[in-house]
Design a protein. Structure first.
Length: 217
């Protein structure tokens, strides 16, 4: 079986699975339409001094070679919701693109180290996310969201809110996510393919870059 055939089989299976899920339990949608996003690199990312900022780290392919998560939440919407959640708590969100790793634990920890508040968020193209704190070990974290098929727009907004609360020194209730023991077996093959594709765009010699995020609608 070559990769093209595997992709075709997985695509057909996923289409059936997603159709079944939509019939059984429609996803909660926020009132605003999905955001289209333009991401422009500015300069090498540096350590911030603003104690009221949270840094969000994205991968090289985020919003460029990939446009949505494993369940097709648009990447523009992911960023918009996280930023909105942070801003609801009175803080700002700075976005960086990390080139040297696609490990969400190390991405989010790097973001936390650059953050003026010491709090960072990392998000992979497929949607896996972590809230991290700079004083913790990379493989430790504040909140982990490993089941990307269960993360929708409302969850990403809640992730932004909680990250901001941690930045303010609060101890928020962890973000509630749905529990589906079948999510892993259903999406594991597709997740592996997406991970392999995401790894292709890494450049371990390139430093993390500050980016400007613009929403076009």
């Amino acid at each position: 079986m070559n990769e093209e055939l595997i992709r075709k089989v997985i695509a057909e299976v996923m289409a059936e699975v997603m159709a079944g899920e939509k019939r059984a339990a429609p996803r909660t949608e926020l009132s605003a339409p999905a955001a289209a996003v333009k991401i422009t690199e500015l300069e090498k990312a540096t350590k911030g001094v603003n104690p009221k900022e949270v840094v969000l780290a994205i991968t090289p392919g985020f919003g460029v070679h990939f446009q949505g998560t494993i369940i097709d939440v648009p990447h523009g919407e992911v960023i918009r919701q996280i930023m909105a959640g942070v801003e609801e708590e009175g803080l700002t969100c700075r976005v960086i693109r990390v080139y040297h790793t696609a490990d969400v634990a190390f991405m989010s920890h790097y973001a936390a180290r650059l953050s003026g508040s010491g709090i960072g968020i990392g998000v992979l193209c497929r949607g896996t996310a972590i809230i991290h704190q700079r004083d913790l070990a990379p493989l430790n974290n504040l909140e982990l969201f490993p089941q990307s098929p269960l993360l929708d727009a409302e969850v990403f907004r809640a992730i932004g809110r909680n990250a901001a609360k941690y930045a303010k020194g609060e101890q928020p209730i962890p973000v509630a996510t749905r529990n589906d023991p079948m999510a892993r077996p259903r999406f594991q093959g597709l997740a592996a393919l997406l991970h392999n594709k995401e790894m292709r765009y890494l450049d371990r010699k390139r430093p993390p870059m500050e980016v400007k995020v613009e929403f076009t609608r």
